[in-house]
Design a protein around this ligand. Structure first.
Ligand code: AMP
Ligand code: MG
Length: 416
């Protein structure tokens, strides 16, 4: 990291501007079955193919009435019945009631539904109980109240999750156009790394960043492409970088610190990379490298050199790589997600000055009503502590200028 490294805010602004430029490129599209569309980014608009609801719908089991008739509390004769799924029936004559089920079409002429729990029945007649009231429109959702036929319900660029899938299904989209997922090369580096299935010899560790980053890429709407691990040698890195040139984005893990075998930056330079920054004033993740390898054609390869410590890799991915990836995927509103929470316990006082910190923390997202979520740091042994990372569900943000945060303070948290 050079001494003039950008602050977190400066680096985030740079990445955000870069992502905005990328978002102008429209990715290619493909058609997928709706059932396979979760986490995919919509390439088309989804419009209402008919009014929603498509008919005036009862939200209760009970009796469709004219509110003025029912409000007399006199017995009304039940002249018909409609179940969910039946074609519209009616009309409802004046002074009568119509049996109706939840989800059924309200007969023409009725302007309210009285709940079955609120009536007294006598043979084929019902009346509203004396203590109950009913007003016009009660328990009815009017045709088109949620959306009109032709309304845009989802714009292109929407990431498909459960609610969007359900809405697309309601609009009759059994297949949808989505953007092809950007292929993200994941290149782990380090002589100490062995594959997950191997038994590490003395001094070796398993490669945990490859599966971690692959999962993070998938969650950020990309397609992971895990390359074989590169050894800490110039030759191995040159070869791996040449292979990665086929990707849409490149994540390198490890080899970006200042050590004797941190050879990634020179290898990137030999590959023709342009660097946007080579260090950020954050902890963990200070040595983060952000750049691109200009392509022969119009396309260049955005790249991040993530510090190899697992917590550093995770934090820098969320803060910087994910926004670039989501923009590349054609998704609207890329960018890390932050929220406010109340700090349960005073934070430690030993932060390095001048660095914004993002520390593994656990937040209770189910606070009592009227209270902010409460967050506490997870005890950790530094940025290699995967067990602490796995116990956390967010990162507590400690601003550059804050030496410590007091219990009860309202703080920002970075969401995964
Ligand atoms: P580096 O950034 O290469 O200096 O690595 C920093 C620390 O992260 C070292 O302790 C490495 O052993 C560890 N590390 C690097 N790459 C990985 C990986 N793929 N999986 C797990 N730990 C890693
Ligand atoms: Mg290394």
């Amino acid at each position: 990291m050079s001494s003039d490294s950008p602050s977190y805010e400066q680096a985030a602004a740079l990445v955000s501007a870069f992502a905005t430029q990328l978002a102008k490129r429209v990715p290619p599209t493909e058609r997928v079955a709706l059932g396979a569309a979760s986490t995919r980014v919509l390439a088309q608009q989804i419009r209402a193919d008919r009014d929603q609801p498509p008919f005036a719908r009862s939200t209760r089991d009970g009796f469709a009435v004219r509110a003025t008739d029912a409000s007399t509390h006199k017995f009304l004769r039940v002249v018909g019945s409609t179940r969910a799924g039946q074609a519209p029936a009616g009309p409802l004559p004046a002074g009568a009631a119509w049996e109706i089920m939840t989800g059924a079409t309200v007969p023409e002429g009725a302007d309210a539904v009285i709940m079955i729990e609120h009536v007294e029945t006598a043979g084929d007649r019902v009346r509203l109980l004396p203590l109950q009231r009913v007003s016009s429109d009660e328990n009815i959702v009017a045709q088109g109240a949620q959306a009109r036929q032709g309304d845009e319900l989802l714009p292109a660029g929407t990431a498909m999750a459960f609610a969007q899938l359900a809405l697309a299904a309601a609009c009759g989209c059994s297949a949808i156009d989505v953007f092809t997922r950007p292929r993200v090369a994941i290149l782990t580096t380090g002589d100490e790394l062995v594959p997950v299935a191997s038994s590490p010899a003395a001094g070796q560790i398993r490669n945990s960043n490859a599966p971690m980053l692959a999962a993070m890429v998938t969650a950020a709407c990309g397609e992971p492409w895990v390359l074989p691990t590169a050894a800490d040698s110039a030759g191995a890195l040159d070869k791996s970088l040449a292979a990665a040139a086929q990707a849409d984005m490149l994540l390198i893990s490890g080899g970006v610190s200042a050590g004797k075998f941190d050879l990634v930056e020179p290898a990137l330079a030999r590959a023709g990379a342009k660097f946007h920054f080579t260090g950020v004033r954050i902890q963990p993740g200070k040595p983060l490298v952000f750049g691109e390898i200009p392509g022969g054609t119009a396309r260049s390869l955005p790249l991040f050199g993530l510090p190899g410590n697992p917590v550093s890799s995770a934090v820098t991915f969320l803060l910087f790589a994910a926004p670039v990836l989501t923009a590349l995927a054609g998704r609207l509103h890329p960018g890390p997600r932050f929220a406010l929470a109340r700090l349960a316990k005073e934070s430690d006082k030993h932060g390095k000055p001048g660095l914004t910190r993002f520390l593994p923390a656990f937040c209770n997202f189910n606070p009592p009503a009227g209270h902010l979520p409460e967050v506490a740091l997870v005890p950790w042994q530094g940025s290699g502590d995967l067990a602490a990372l796995a116990r956390s569900n967010c990162f507590l943000v400690i601003p550059e200028e804050a030496h410590r945060l007091d219990a009860g303070a309202i703080v920002r948290i970075l969401l995964p």
